[in-house]
Ligand binder design. Structure first.
Ligand code: APR
Length: 228
């Protein structure tokens, strides 16, 4: 059975990583256009760096939860037949043991050089304007996809969706495209669809089945069910 799992901020919520649109979510304290657009970086790069530097530093304080661990267990059973597509820029899937993970919105632990376009693993701050390890210029930005930019790996993702038997969306609000459109894309190809969320998403009616509850309980239960 080929499975594609799309994850959003909700899967990391129980680890203590704030979501975006829930009460106390990240976008309640920030205007998206001030920190997550190419224009914001152009006009006020230090504010953007501070925002992502704080989030990168906060990663050291959190751990994967039962939902991440369950998806790693599913990969151990299904191997190449499981693909996790995440909108999250944290590394909690990898720390739980998943290896087949596509970060469609980029990664906090990576820096992208605006001059030479190389990517470098990054754990420290970018706000103190360190040089690019490749070209030496001080032109690094967070390797994350901002509003108005094209998400990564879309060809691979659409191919995986078209050839899957099951598409599962975990902890994502369905407010941001193209990810919010994956359920329709999968349905077009006759793929069964399942939503796991604390509360119904904006696209919940498009799924064949929706289950409500915390990811830390729903995901392990669903994996148990699938592996029988
Ligand atoms: N278990 C399951 N789902 C949860 C939990 C939980 N413990 N806590 C919250 N959720 C759900 C909420 O019900 C909501 O549907 O997680 C979702 C979080 O939604 P958003 O904050 O909108 O996060 P996400 O869907 O990942 O956002 C998509 O928007 O700004 C961007 O680039 C950012 O990747 C992000 C994108």
């Amino acid at each position: 059975m080929r499975v594609v799992v799309l994850t959003g901020a909700g899967i990391s919520a129980e680890s203590g990583v704030p979501t975006f649109r829930d009460t106390d979510g990240l976008w309640h304290g920030h205007r998206v256009e001030d920190v997550a657009t190419p224009e914001a970086f152009e006009v006020a790069p230090m504010a953007v760096h501070r925002f992502y530097d704080a989030r990168r530093a906060a990663l050291a304080e959190v751990e994967p939860n039962a939902a991440h661990v369950a998806l790693a267990r599913l990969e151990a059973a299904l191997g190449n037949d499981l693909l996790v597509v995440t909108q999250n820029i944290d590394d909690l899937h990898e720390r739980a043991g998943s290896t087949r993970v596509l970060h469609m919105h980029g990664e906090l632990l990576s820096a992208l050089c605006c001059s030479c376009r190389s990517r470098s693993p990054w754990t420290g701050d970018l706000g103190d304007l360190p040089p690019c390890p490749r070209c030496g210029l001080t032109d690094l930005r967070p390797d994350v996809v901002w509003f108005g930019e094209v998400p990564y790996q879309m060809d691979r993702i659409y191919l995986a969706l078209a050839t899957a038997d099951l598409f599962v969306a975990v902890g994502t609000s369905g407010a941001v495209y193209p990810a919010a459109g994956f359920v329709e894309h999968a349905t077009t190809y006759g793929v069964r669809t399942l939503e796991l969320n604390l509360k119904p998403s904006e696209v919940t009616t498009l799924f064949d089945e929706s289950r409500e509850g915390p990811a830390g309980r729903l995901v392990p239960d669903w994996v148990d069910e699938l592996l029988g």
